[in-house]
Design a protein around this ligand. Sequence first.
Ligand SMILES: *Cc1c(COP(=O)(O)O)cnc(C)c1O
Length: 450
Amino acid sequence: MQNKILLPEDRIPKYWYNVIPDMPGPLAPVIHPGTMQPVKPEDLLPIFPMPLIEQEVSQQRWIEIPEPVREIFRIWRPSPLFRAHRLEKALGTPAKIYYKYEGVSPAGSHKPNSAVPQAYFNKISGTKRIATETGAGQWGCSIALACQMFGLECTVYMVKVSFAQKPYRKSMMQLWGANVIPSPSDQTNAGRAMLAKDPENGGSLGLAISEAVEDAVSREDTRYALGSVLNHVCLHQTIIGLEAKEQMAIAGDYPDVVIGCHGGGSNFAGIGFPFVADKANGKQVRVLAVEPASCPTLTRGVYAFDYGDTAKMAPVAKMYTLGHDFMPPGIHAGGLRYHGASPLVSQLLAAGVIEAKAVHQLACFDAAVLFSRTEGIIPAPESSHAIRGAIDEALQAKEEGKEKTILFNLSGHGHVDMTAYDDFFAGKLTDYEYPTEAIKESLSQLPKVD
Ligand SMILES: *Cc1c(COP(=O)(O)O)cnc(C)c1O
């Protein structure tokens, strides 16, 4: 009974897969938030280095992974693919369940897959320092690690409530050499304005983004980095699906359905886009994104132009959105609380190439507990949404008495999220369905783009 499928180190992919040439139709333009005109690549130079801007719009299907990036990937890649025999047995399902495990990275999630190349392309472009934001701390840890590897300075604006509530992620960032600043801070105009208005403000992801962008554009030696949503981040994450495809072939299997949890779309794109490529070539495979019912961007949002952040400083993109004013409730899957989605994932969903569903928090924790007790690995609360999706597919196969091959991405481990499990066992968690009226209200604030 083969349980774990490994690839040798020399099989780390040499190319990322770029889905843009296989998209159903041209990409919508990205709009400048000030002028409301399409953004030109050079408009982005104060924020990102040229190689990443080029990747953002590249029509090349395969983009080379630089050797210094592969060298660092060797610390944890290729990541393992598991067959979940014990979970299958516990469910009594005829379905086969496979999962790709990204929690083996030093930071404990898939995010270093993009942090490392982002740091590398900044380094070779002359950047000395990266400014970024982090909510729960997973992206901050990943970029701190990556900057350390390439000798870049790193400043992370961390949402103030998380700074207090997630001390271990803050410690990890500091251990990897980052300067961690609670946001709102007195270091930027955006932060100072908020503190003048409300000295006790606990911060938000939108405000932390505004502080990091302001920091980056105000210093010649500094650029900004984002951990999800953007095309180049989705591109970097395709290493997950490319490896998984090879590992599935070793197992002699091909998935009927490929599943990823969805926050901004990067790990879902990572596992899913290489299979979207197969679909474009006529293969039968479903690709399914699973999001929280409390932040139902793909299933209850609209496909429209919207700002990337609350402060309306980030570019306006066409995507599924709940409105940039949308305030998701404080659920434990902190990494899935974004009002928008990757424009690539959004366009594929609008065209019917991929599917999406929303699941409730308690059902996800039930799934995470069953998974921990059968497979052993403690999942991140974000990843538990993919597990819920996979279990529901397996239970449906059981009901229909049909065989089915399921592949999902286990995006990270939950070792730094044990408070969430404590709260679940103490009965402190509840399900939350966002009221239709509130969604309507925030959707009424969308910008007008011709
Ligand atoms: C950040 C994060 C996510 C959500 O982000 P995506 O860009 O949607 O992948 C999911 N899982 C883990 C473990 C994360 O850290």
